[in-house]
Design a protein around this ligand. Structure first.
Ligand code: TEU
Ligand code: CA
Length: 555
């Protein structure tokens, strides 16, 4: 397997709206990020991924872009961006941009032109279709945020396609002019000196020729998946992008590819595929849904082990994995996969970090994860901000099939807003995030869980992450070693080895809140303990693992 810097890097995801406010308007901004670069450097990450910072009307918090070459007013100016980039680079930190090009905002100049008339030069930048004879939408597809995936436009009496909100019309990638505009825009950012791209729903950019009805699911709408996901030309478009832009720079690229299988991932991110460096797969964070993505239940450890191990072994030597527990679309890792009750929060957060960071792939840390930040204790619907959460409540409860009592716990568990409450910097009001009124509430547990407190406590989750990141830099085996799962049938223990030459790691993670016996394989009798979330001294024979214990032994 080829050695490259991006395989040896750790990425930290920043959701700018919620990271650090610098001017008291309650909204995080670029100058806020710049002011926290020393913190990120001290943590030991290599690359920062910024969720979208472009001009946007914020229907979907910046994932609806109205100008790709301008900065969102609330976040600052292009000069602020240039300063952030320069300050990051001067500390040896790289920056990757979120590239959202499956769709634009309906307020983007291209769409405003496109909707004007059927013969406007920009008409074919988007996907327009005539109504059916009865005036209804061209097909039965539902959008990801509820309702139909088509919106009728009075002006020209046709429908346009939007797989997400009606304010996020899908671009028509079939049109070579669209592709060229996107590539030119990407090149402009590369010329500025950015270090790569995270590509939003890049697996959806190519639609089939025909757009037939999809199979109707729980939502009452048809599934667009088979006609849009990994569509007929997606690899051709990405190879073109690679040739025209990516291959000309030394970048880190990661595609967000919902619904990707290992076989498909090898096409996107194969060692010699000339497309992307890696993809985000979602199998391990999607196994829990009861009502589509919504559920109030924890996924079984066996499911996690099976999916994560399959990705580890199937991509080995052929394509590169990305590793993550959470992001801005997922609930907080410790609340979801660990145990956020005060007695177990820190040990289980450290255990989860061990489990993920000892695997093969590029790890992604979502802001606040390194502090063991938790889901937010929402009390009422008006505390939510996310379009997906608000629409889902409307569709499932107000107009739908589930009672409030059934849906509410699911919303609490899975809402994207859990990840979007502000970063907890200190124990002051608003957690040091803002001096104004935050756009979304700060978790009241910032009194206890915050960066300042954790930085001064050597046993904190924060310092544990620092140690994990330092180990990855120190031991090549963590990056390049071969993975093997042990005890596949065990319901509580996630145990695996990594092997490189004559070196071997044993990674032991207990997902149980009870103590459990475990037999340390005899070959590790003379091992060195690289990290442990308790004080693991015995390395031979049967030991009793403490609740959520994790440790790594090396020979
Ligand atoms: O998310 C893509 C995506 O598939 C989402 O529908 C995801 O499954 C959902 O958020 C999970 O609840 C990307 C971005 O990460 C997300 O923030 C955007 O809303 C979406 O694209 C549209 O740009
Ligand atoms: Ca601000």
């Amino acid at each position: 397997m080829k050695k490259t810097w991006w395989k040896e890097s750790v990425v930290y995801q920043i959701y700018p709206r919620s990271f650090q406010d610098s001017n008291g308007d309650g909204i995080g901004d670029l100058n806020g990020i710049t002011s926290r670069l020393d913190y990120l450097k001290y943590l030991g990450v290599d690359v920062l991924w910024l969720s979208p910072v472009y001009q946007s009307p914020n229907d979907d918090n910046g994932y609806d872009i109205s100008d790709y070459q301008d900065i969102m007013k609330e976040f600052g100016t292009m000069e602020d961006f240039d300063r952030l980039l320069a300050e990051a680079h001067s500390r040896g930190l790289k920056i990757i941009m979120d590239l959202v090009v499956n769709h634009t905002s309906d307020e983007h100049a291209w769409f405003m032109e496109s909707r004007k008339s059927k013969d406007n030069p920009y008409r074919d930048y988007y996907i327009w279709r005539d109504p059916k004879e009865d005036g209804s939408a061209p097909n039965n597809w539902g959008s990801c945020f509820g309702g139909s995936a088509w919106k009728y436009d009075e002006e020209t009496q046709m429908y346009f396609l939007h797989l997400f909100s009606p304010k996020q019309p899908d671009l028509n990638w079939r049109n070579p002019a669209v592709r060229q505009e996107v590539f030119t825009m990407m090149d402009w950012w590369c010329q500025k000196g950015i270090d790569g791209f995270r590509m939003d729903v890049i697996s959806l950019i190519s639609k089939t020729d025909e757009l037939p009805d999809g199979v109707v699911g729980g939502s009452g709408y048809g599934d667009f998946g088979p006609y849009c996901t990994h569509g007929p030309h997606v690899h051709e478009y990405l190879k073109e992008m690679n040739e025209k832009v990516l291959s000309r720079y030394d970048l880190i690229t990661v595609g967000e590819t919902a619904g990707v299988t290992v076989e498909e991932a090898k096409k996107y991110a194969g060692e010699d595929a000339h497309e992307l460096n890696m993809v985000f797969q979602f199998e391990h964070v999607e196994g829990d849904g009861k009502y589509r993505k919504w559920t109030d239940e924890k996924v079984s450890l066996k499911y996690l082990k099976e999916t994560m191990s399959r990705w580890q072994t199937s991509l080995y030597g052929q394509a590169w994995n990305s590793l993550f527990w959470d992001n801005h679309d997922q609930p907080r890792a410790v609340s979801r996969f660990g145990d956020d009750r005060p007695a177990f929060r820190e040990v289980s957060a450290k255990m989860l970090a061990t489990c993920l960071h000892m695997m093969q792939g590029t790890p992604y840390i979502y802001q606040g994860e390194e502090l063991g930040m938790t889901n937010y204790p929402f009390q009422s619907l008006d505390e939510f901000r996310d379009i997906e959460s608000l629409n889902a409540y409307r569709d499932w409860v107000e107009q739908g099939t589930l009672s409030h009592e059934v849906f509410w716990p699911c919303l609490l568990r899975k809402s994207r807003d859990n990840a979007r409450t502000p970063m907890q910097w200190d124990s002051s009001a608003n957690g040091g995030f803002t001096e104004g009124t935050p756009w979304i509430n700060v978790n009241p547990n910032c009194a206890v869980i915050n960066a300042e407190a954790e930085m001064s406590d050597p046993n904190s989750v924060f310092h544990y992450y620092r140690r994990l990141l330092a180990l990855r830099k120190q031991y090549e085996i963590i990056v390049y070693g071969k993975y093997e799962l042990l005890l596949p049938e065990d319901d509580s223990l996630f145990v695996y080895t990594r092997t490189l030459g004559d070196q071997k790691l044993l990674v032991v993670c207990s997902f149980a809140e009870d103590s459990l016996p475990f037999e340390i394989p005899s070959e590790f009798a003379d091992s060195q303990c690289l990290i442990s979330n308790y004080d693991r001294n015995d390395r031979t024979g049967e030991v009793i693992l403490k609740p959520y214990e994790a440790f790594v032994l090396k020979i």
